[in-house]
Design a protein around this ligand. Structure first.
Ligand SMILES: Cc1cc2nc3c(=O)[nH]c(=O)nc-3n(C[C@H](O)[C@H](O)[C@H](O)COP(=O)(O)OP(=O)(O)OC[C@H]3O[C@@H](n4cnc5c(N)ncnc54)[C@H](O)[C@@H]3O)c2cc1C
Length: 386
């Protein structure tokens, strides 16, 4: 059903492009309207869990995606002295569940793969949607340059600041998590780094994550408690971060020393309090527009890719797109709400500054049996695409 309908996808991020590919492969007509004027290489890295890999298998592009990134063998949480508090053997988990876990990729490389699989002429750049009106028969979209477009259905993949969500649910504003974040990708990797491991180091000064990428590159992120839009922190350069993380174990200081100020990407960590609706007649919200989450579980992009694979399957199998939008909402609300809430809680604990609480947390982490981590992994990857 719906193959004669025109679908407008707003936003050419990971969610929008994945959806466009998934729908085109099922024979639908889609146009992606993206506000960026050009495809500029995006700076940071990304960790993708098994659910995202399974979604790419479902869409049919997993081989190319996997070829563009790395599969790492373990995932560890450490204290600031470098003592391992918890480790997940990703290789073991991957072979047990027969799907790749702990996959890392540079965002620009993922974008390049997605763009390669998109039919020519699908993506319209420089098209910032500023308003829309919904009719019984479809949606009229207006762009910043005064132009407009009409579609039978709109799927809003326009991210955490979604203009669609802002108009449909004006009370649903991004909420600040209480910590701010710097990220960078560097190609000057300290020789002592274990290239098979993704790690997070939790200490009183904050959190530092290390994610090896292909081509001898490394993605790191650092989260520090701060007031919202803290001007002093926003001006931090590498020297300030070095001072801030001075007590963190090697090779964290070396990684910072090898980073240039111009490589730093800074932003406050925000999410959206879980919504009760994603579907609004001819308009559906997916990805961050629907369920932006804090990055603590590395699940924001994973859920956007899941959304894309599931929605394309559901529309393809259904007699009515309107009903499919509602069915998608029913299917996705519980899972995405659970992940957004769990990630929010995990972030609060990971950002503790109180020494006593940190000692307690670290002991609990050390004592937690691997079966607990495995249960969480099972939940994450246990997604049905029908
Ligand atoms: C610090 C940090 C680390 C993260 N790490 C991970 C990770 O390791 N793993 C993971 O799975 N997720 C991670 N995420 C989350 C992930 O980046 C997002 O969940 C994911 O990018 C969401 O994809 P999306 O397509 O829904 O939205 P976006 O990627 O935000 O894309 C939205 C697109 O819409 C466009 N757009 C916006 N407004 C308009 C408009 N009005 N008109 C037209 N176009 C518009 C934008 O230009 C953009 O291209 C992280 C996030 C942060 C902040």
């Amino acid at each position: 059903m719906g193959r004669s309908k025109r679908f407008a996808i707003i936003g050419g991020g990971i969610g929008g492009l994945s959806l466009a590919i998934a729908m085109q492969r099922k024979g639908f007509q889609v146009t992606v309207f993206e506000s960026a004027a050009s495809i500029a290489p995006l700076g940071a890295g990304l960790g993708l869990a098994a659910n995202a890999v399974r979604a790419f298998i479902e869409i049919g592009i997993s081989e190319d995606v996997l070829e563009a990134g790395s599969v790492l063998k373990k995932l560890s949480i450490k204290n600031q002295r470098g003592k391992v508090l918890a480790t997940t053997d990703s290789q073991k988990i991957s072979s047990k569940y027969n799907v790749v876990n702990n996959f890392t990729i540079h965002r620009a490389d993922l974008h390049e793969v997605l763009l390669r699989h998109l039919k020519e002429g699908t993506l319209q750049l420089g098209r910032t949607c500023v308003d829309f009106v919904q009719f019984a028969s479809g949606v009229k979209i207006t762009f910043q340059d005064g132009s407009s477009a009409e579609a039978d259905y709109v799927i809003a993949c326009d991210g955490v600041h979604s203009i669609f969500r802002r108009k449909l649910l004006p009370e649903s504003l991004p909420r600040y998590a209480g910590y701010t974040c710097w990220r960078a990708v560097i190609d000057d990797v300290p020789p002592s780094l274990d290239l098979n491991e993704t790690s997070e180091t939790w200490g009183a000064a904050g959190r530092f994550g290390i994610v090896p990428l292909t081509k001898n590159r490394l993605y790191w992120f650092a989260c520090v408690n701060a007031g919202e839009n803290d001007q002093q922190k926003s001006a931090y350069g590498v020297k300030d971060l070095l001072k801030h993380f001075a007590k963190f174990h090697s090779p964290i200081p070396e990684i910072l020393q090898n980073t240039k100020d111009r490589q730093l990407i800074w932003n406050d960590i925000i999410d959206i309090k879980p919504l009760k609706r994603f579907s609004f007649g001819k308009i559906l919200l997916i990805g961050d527009a629907a369920h932006a989450t804090t990055p603590n579980m590395g699940q924001g992009a994973c859920m956007a890719i899941e959304d894309a694979a599931i929605l394309a399957n559901m529309i393809s199998d259904s007699q009515s797109v309107d009903e499919t939008f509602l069915a998608f909402e029913r299917k996705r609300i519980h899972r995405t709400t659970t992940i957004v809430n769990d990630s929010w809680q995990l972030g609060r604990i990971a950002q503790w500054e109180n020494k006593l609480l940190i000692t307690l947390r670290d002991s609990l982490l050390r004592l937690t049996p691997p079966s607990v981590a495995e249960k969480r992994i099972r939940f994450i990857q246990d997604v049905s695409f029908q």
